[in-house]
Design a protein around this ligand. Sequence first.
Ligand code: NDP
Length: 248
Amino acid sequence: MTENPDLSGRVALVTGASRGIGYHLAKQLAAAGAHVIAVARTVGGLEELDDEIKAGGGSATLVPLDLTDMAGIDRLGGSIHERWGKLDILVANAGVLGVIAPIGHVEAKVFDKVMAVNVTGTWRLIRSVDPLLRLSDAGRAIVMSSGAAHSARAFWAPYAASKAAVEALARSWADETKNMALRVNIVDPGATRTAMRAQAMPGENPDTLPLPADVAASMLRLASPSLTYTGRIWNVRKGSWTDYRLPE
Ligand code: NDP
């Protein structure tokens, strides 16, 4: 499997592309030749990304969109179909932490928001672009999870539950498509120097954490047309796959 794939002529949709891991992955996908459709709410972050991609000789389409806007997600799939007729790479990366708090102290609106962005928005996006990824000769889907899905640490309940749900969505989708060209995999990036991590661990020295650009570089292989695995978790910290066996 190629570590730095040639993605010339491929179309990649990246959510959460305005900062953090998604920003750097979008930039690296464009540098590898893909046209990047960059989704987030913050227009300034998307424009900064666009400038960097253009400076590197790449191209992007900016889509300011709130992933709780379910009809907007549906329209996005329709627009991609009209313009490109297919999608080669999906990176479902956007996410929110919510709050670190005892389970009984979590406000309902915070819990609902975590589920809306991390779970329902991801499912709606999958539903919107699944037919387009099937039209690609080598569709690749990358779904961002977290070690929290498995560790389920004290005070992380809404986020941990949302990531466990997202992994289940991705694994079911991988099983549904295992006999097709489409490959669906999950990423556990590990603690990374981003705004989300700073919100979760305000007392931590960010200089001790890996940079989002390095985490993104480790994820690039999951977009490669030569990737064979599906339904697995790429653990960035370990640099290895966790094999969840798909049903026979
Ligand atoms: P950041 O907070 O730096 O970035 C999150 C991205 O998601 C932003 O681009 C943000 O864009 C976007 N986003 C959030 N809410 C919405 C929304 N409603 N609609 C559209 N876009 C939205 O986070 P990270 O880069 O750290 O996280 C990226 C992914 O990696 C997440 O799924 C996270 O759970 C996961 N992860 C991160 C870890 C870490 O240590 N950093 C560890 C484990 C997993 P905007 O605000 O402009 O809309």
